[in-house]
Design a protein around this ligand. Structure first.
Ligand code: CMX
Length: 439
């Protein structure tokens, strides 16, 4: 058994017994009341999932196995000549709850290289799609098409014992993550660079090789990709992409199917697609105002016009966070350190000053601060990747690490089929009348 799998098995067996005992001995404890506004309002704050790999605090932001973004930037191993963490290190941390050594991440990079071969039919499936198919649609179709390779599906059909589900899911997870950069880069080169595909560089790590295959050679882009792929990986379990992956996985679908579904959720404009919407919005602002260096007053007018047109300001607000997103701050720090004189980044920073008071003034927005998507596109534009329809695929490659590490845990802990209760508006009317009669 490989060393990561062995470590995972040891940890998971321990947590499995603990979780079983907690459920058996304390299963009747009340975790919280559910208000009608939560039932009707997207289930905000309802504690209804077990999800091991990360936890989100409304004020502090994300912690991966207890470590904040500034901490992982300091503690995770890096590539030679790069200060940013290797995403492999974060996957290791999320899966086995330990900061990996340099050797550990080197081993993981090697593993992912070995497992990175994409089946031929996946390229054929992609080639059959119109070139202007949205990259996220191409991405989810490519992931589903590789389900032919699922170890879990094969072993299940051969009558696998449920005690082995975690093992097959681990194999699928490792194989699938390994292949994603290849697929994503293929989609990018096919959609925007006449299908001029770049072969992998086997001397590079997972994120560095992805940057290489995208074909962006500017110094600093590999560092950006390593940071980008690390900070987008996970945001606890309730967000739409993680929750969808978990929900679909709970039916014992394999991770090819559940990740594909999770990526469909990421492709919505209120979730991951917001990263493309931000740059589209900024490009339109620049066009409309006729300047690449708008003043704060001009940006404020543009924001007010967007709101008056009944649209949201992309990249602002969050269902859980109530402070500027530390993932936004990490990207701002990166720009401060590595990038001078970028008009587009300067628009993002001015918007950071202008947008929150305007949103606050609406009196209904719970979080007026920027989220992860407010900054990411400007960094990509700076390095020459202006094709914003592709941005959510980058988010997806990263998010796969978190949701698939969590899928391994779900199988190891025997997380059951999800089946919450729904109610009709008739039921709600009756419930309200009953409560009022009692009062
Ligand atoms: N611009 C304008 N209005 C906003 C807003 C924004 N950025 N954020 C919230 N609001 C509005 C909501 O649309 C809602 O209005 P109505 O009552 O008229 O429907 C009201 O404020 C209350 O919403 P909320 O409770 O503050 O926010 P939600 O938890 O319902 O929604 C989110 C969260 C992210 C969908 C929302 O803030 C939004 O639409 N933001 C813009 C899109 C975006 O950046 N999404 C990416 C989020 C991060 C990610 O998942 O990748």
């Amino acid at each position: 058994m490989d060393p990561l799998k062995q470590k995972f098995q040891e940890k998971a067996l321990k947590v499995f017994s603990e979780v079983r005992a907690l459920k058996k001995n304390h299963g009747d404890m009340i975790v919280g009341d559910v208000k009608l506004s939560q039932t009707m309002g997207g289930m905000r704050g309802v504690k209804s999932m077990l999800y091991e790999t990360s936890q989100l605090d409304p004020v502090e932001g994300i912690r991966f196995r207890g470590y904040s973004i500034p901490e992982i930037r300091k503690l995770l191993p890096t590539a030679p000549g790069c200060k940013e963490p290797l995403p492999e290190g974060l996957f290791w941390l999320m899966l086995v709850d330990e900061i990996p050594t340099e050797d550990d991440v080197r081993w993981l990079s090697e593993q992912w290289k070995r497992r990175s071969v994409v089946p031929d039919h996946t390229f054929k499936v992609l080639n059959a799609l119109p070139k202007d198919t949205h990259p996220m649609t191409q991405f989810t179709i490519a992931i589903s098409s590789m389900q032919t390779e699922s170890v879990f599906a094969r072993r299940y059909s051969e009558g696998m014992n449920k005690s082995e589900y975690w093992d097959a899911t681990y194999e699928d997870t490792m194989n699938l993550i390994a292949k994603l950069p290849r697929i994503a880069a293929y989609i990018y080169r096919r959609s925007y660079h006449n299908g001029d595909v770049i072969n992998p560089d086997i001397s590079l790590d997972w994120g560095g090789n992805f940057a290489h295959m995208l074909g962006i050679d500017k110094p600093g882009f590999k560092s950006l990709m390593r940071l980008y792929l690390t900070i987008h990986a996970d945001h606890e379990g309730g967000n739409a992409s993680a929750h969808t992956t978990q929900l679909v996985g709970s039916t014992l679908s394999d991770v090819y199917l559940s990740l594909s579904a999770g990526m469909d959720a990421l492709a919505g404009p209120l979730h991951g697609l917001a990263n493309q919407e931000v740059i589209k919005w900024v490009f339109r602002m620049i066009d409309t105002l006729g300047t690449r260096q708008p003043t704060k007053e001009q940006i404020a007018d543009y924001v007010n016009n967007t709101l008056a047109a009944g649209k949201v300001i992309p990249g602002y607000g969050h269902a859980v966070l109530r402070q500027p997103d530390p993932r936004f701050t990490a990207q701002k720090r990166f720009a401060e350190e590595y990038i001078q004189n970028s008009d587009i980044i300067s628009v993002i920073w001015k918007a950071f000053e202008v947008v929150p008071p305007i949103l606050q003034g609406l009196g209904k927005v719970k979080n007026p601060w920027p989220n992860v998507d407010a900054h990411s596109g400007a960094l990509l534009v700076h390095y020459g990747m202006t094709e914003y329809s592709f941005y959510t695929v980058l988010f997806g490659v990263s998010r796969a690490m978190g949701v698939l590490a969590a899928s391994c845990w779900a199988r190891a802990l025997g997380t059951p089929l999800e089946r919450p209760k729904s109610v009709t508006s008739e039921w709600i009317k009756g419930f309200v009348a009953e409560q009022q009669a009692k009062a």
